[in-house]
Design a protein around this ligand. Structure first.
Ligand SMILES: NC(=O)c1ccc[n+]([C@@H]2O[C@H](COP(=O)([O-])OP(=O)(O)OC[C@H]3O[C@@H](n4cnc5c(N)ncnc54)[C@H](OP(=O)(O)O)[C@@H]3O)[C@@H](O)[C@H]2O)c1
Length: 341
């Protein structure tokens, strides 16, 4: 199969180029997918900048998720056949028009979704699920704080928490994002700013803060950490404050955020009676057997489909990434390879 794929030499978005290539027929348990839509994730930015530990250091094709149509299957494939619509995750390589991938990394697209919606689902929803349930031990009716609640992970986490009847305080970076967070059920939306601590206290009132899902870091970690209730849990999934607009990282900004990062004394944790856990989904790639039960539980929750906030054609991948790293997006940023399937 003739394909086109983006390749980047890590360090700068300027190094992202489009290449013609060819795929071999799928091997053994592999499925060959004609990619129709690619979901962007915040990790893409850091991997392109060469700042993501799990990403290759040599030129590589970025991208962690996609959706499309099965073209051919290897002899040992049991779950899919040509013509099926699938969504999938990959440890890089998704910025492409075609991919060969083991069937264990694929799931069927629900009949009522198109490929664009499907490309918006897996990474961000599993991130939200794993953080809230596996690490956060989320219980019904807890009070929780979700940062970047109008973003890709944020909206999915919000829906999961509301399905457990939790009281959710969400934060956003600008007032334009408040309405979408409210429309998805967020009980209280705070626009992050100098009065964050007072506003969070006011939003919680007498409610104990049971769980925080932190994706920003810095003071937005430090303030809720102080406010966590006994036995509360802080889940750290990212540090989006390190992002900035432009082709390359802003090194002064990076250094400043690094030097001023919160520092937690493990010996103080038992005294404080709080938990701190972190994770990176990419390391669960080798634990793919965890995926089916997670997807099954998510299906039971009957969440509404993920919100695709921005769509770009494949040729405008660079513009899509620049918008994403600006912090102005809501929901998922999707890149379309062809008409949605
Ligand atoms: N650990 C994992 O396995 C895993 C997996 C997926 C995602 N994540 C993390 O989850 C977070 C959300 O990821 P996502 O893909 O769903 O992205 P997203 O939330 O859709 O977009 C990122 C958001 O980060 C916020 N932000 C805060 N400071 C920023 C800055 N300096 N520059 C740009 N944006 C900034 C912006 O929203 P507001 O300003 O409105 O808050 C922006 O819209 C990221 O931190 C990501 O690294 C972790």
């Amino acid at each position: 199969m003739e394909i086109q794929r983006y390749v980047v030499r890590p360090g700068s978005l300027e190094h992202l180029t489009l290449r013609d290539d060819a795929l071999l027929p799928p091997q053994k348990d592999e499925v060959q997918v004609a990619v129709r839509a690619i979901g962007l994730n915040f990790a893409d930015i850091f991997s392109i900048w060469g700042l993501y530990k799990a990403a290759p250091k040599e030129p590589f094709t970025p991208g962690l998720e996609f959706a499309g149509v099965v073209i051919a299957v290897g002899p040992e494939v049991t779950r899919f056949r040509a013509g099926d619509r699938v969504m999938g995750i990959t440890r890089f390589g998704a910025y492409t028009t075609g991919i060969n991938i083991s069937e264990k990394y694929l799931a069927p697209i629900p009949p009522e979704w198109n490929c664009s919606t499907a490309a918006a689902y897996l990474v961000q929803t599993i991130t939200a699920y794993y953080g809230l349930f596996h690490l956060g031990a989320l219980q019904p009716e807890q009070n929780i704080l979700l940062h970047s609640v109008a973003g890709g992970v944020g909206l999915q986490a919000l829906k999961i928490a509301k399905a457990q009847r939790c009281f959710v305080v969400g934060t956003v970076g600008s007032a334009q994002k408040v309405d979408i967070a409210r429309a998805h059920g967020c009980d209280c939306v705070l626009v992050r700013g100098p009065k964050f601590e007072q506003e969070l206290r006011h939003a919680l009132g007498h409610r104990p803060l049971h769980l925080v899902f932190d994706t920003i870091g810095g003071r937005y970690f430090r303030i809720p950490w102080k406010m966590l209730a006994p036995m509360g849990r802080m889940i750290v999934a990212g540090s989006s404050r390190y992002a900035s607009v432009g082709n390359r990282p802003n090194l002064f900004r990076l250094l400043w955020h690094y030097l001023t990062r919160p520092k937690i004394d493990p010996q103080a944790l038992p005294e404080q009676n709080r938990g701190l856990l972190g994770f990176n989904l990419i390391y669960l790639y080798e634990r793919i057997e965890m995926l089916p039960p997670i997807l099954a539980h998510l299906e039971q929750m009957q969440l509404t489909p993920p919100h695709v906030g921005h769509s770009f054609p494949f040729e405008q991948m660079r513009d899509a990434i620049l918008l994403f790293q600006s912090g102005k997006t809501v929901g998922k940023v999707v890149v379309q390879v062809a008409a949605p399937c």
